[in-house]
Design a protein around this ligand. Structure first.
Ligand code: ADP
Ligand code: MG
Length: 222
């Protein structure tokens, strides 16, 4: 489902080169659940951006559901993201002027799909059946992240990327979000790639890939 080979990312600052990711290679099977862990600054967010086609590598390749991202132009990559990828961020990133239901509907409406029924179904699925008319500011952090999960799953993505999705939540609420991700992974077969620095949460994934200084230093899948 997701394969990266010899991925390298370097940034230039003045006349110095900063290698943020160095020769990263792994494959995640369809329906897999992998956690990417490592200290702050180890390259986790950069790696997620490359895997999701938001950013381009300096060297190496990413294949997502059979397509090589580097062979696609900007428009084609954007289309692929809309069709196949969901995102969840640490900071929820809901649209503040839209209700919970409207936030979940946005990705579907962008694709020209009627969205009301699916939005209601997903809000119920994340335990927010009665909160659809509430605005993000009227919801707790954990509730906002559940809306963000419902939104990310609305288009039935093949791969869901989550970057520190529990980073702004207390431990118990964060664990609830991971429970929900595990359930959605199981029920919908969505491939999950979770970035977290929380080792307890990472242990919920079926596989852990550990980064340090831009390299894979451990991978529970070998
Ligand atoms: P993590 O998510 O593991 O904390 P990041 O992927 O955000 O790590 O960052 C890895 C390293 O890359 C850090 O040293 C960061 O400062 C550097 N970095 C990230 N983005 C850029 C950029 N656009 N330009 C220069 N350096 C960057
Ligand atoms: Mg990060």
């Amino acid at each position: 489902m997701l394969r990266c080979a010899s991925l390298t990312k370097t940034y230039r600052s003045g006349d110095r080169k900063l290698t943020v990711l160095n020769d990263i290679t792994f494959t995640i099977e369809p329906g897999g659940f992998a956690a990417i862990v490592g200290p702050s600054g180890s390259g986790k967010t950069t790696l997620l951006g490359l895997l999701a086609g938001l950013d381009r590598p300096t060297a190496g390749t990413v294949h997502l559901d059979g397509a090589e991202l580097g062979a696609l132009d900007e428009d084609a990559r954007a289309r692929l993201r809309g069709e196949k990828i969901g995102f969840v961020f640490q900071s929820f990133q809901l649209i503040p002027t839209l209700t919970a239901r409207e936030n979940v509907q946005v990705p579907l409406e962008l694709r020209g799909e009627s969205a009301a029924e699916r939005a209601a179904e997903l809000l119920a699925r994340v335990g927010l059946r009665d909160r659809g008319d509430h605005y993000p500011a009227q919801l707790s952090g954990g509730e906002q992240q559940r809306v963000a999960l419902a939104r990310a799953f609305s288009t039935r993505p093949k791969v869901l990327f989550a970057d520190e999705p529990t980073g702004n939540l207390d431990a118990r609420t964060g664990a609830g979000i991971i429970d929900l991700m595990v359930e959605l992974n199981r029920d919908f077969g969505t491939t999950l790639v979770l970035v977290t620095h929380d080792v307890d949460l990472a242990a919920r994934a079926r596989r852990t890939i550990r980064l340090a200084d831009g390299r894979v230093v451990a991978d529970s899948a070998g």
